[in-house]
Design a protein around this ligand. Sequence first.
Ligand SMILES: [Zn+2]
Length: 134
Amino acid sequence: MKSSLTLGKKHWQEMLDHILRNLPLEACGLLAGNNDRVEKVLLVRNQAQSPARFVMDPYEQLQAFEWIDSSGLELLGIFHSHPAGPETASVTDIAEAAYEVVHLIWSRNGNDWRARGFWIMKGRAADVTLQIVD
Ligand SMILES: [Zn+2]
């Protein structure tokens, strides 16, 4: 279990751009890095094409996993957006969490987006602190 994850402002913006481009649908992707520090954001298509649910496109997800392996990085996180809320992990997110990684969930208040980190295990979501650095 991790209690914090460090991301660059650049990574933050890459996720947000992807989320805005996909509105009103949920958007998703992967975060790769080492030692709890994100080095790369990998954007993945939401195969569900839904405003309330995401399913990573299996082919793009596999390609992303292969890229992460070949780059000597680890999968640190999975991010997705909740264009219509909630700001926490949903019942579905908790039920479907398949990887022991940080789950970043983006939600909005009007046009202001925020992200929160969660560690999901055994049917519970614990907060993970997100540290944003230059
Ligand atoms: Zn969700």
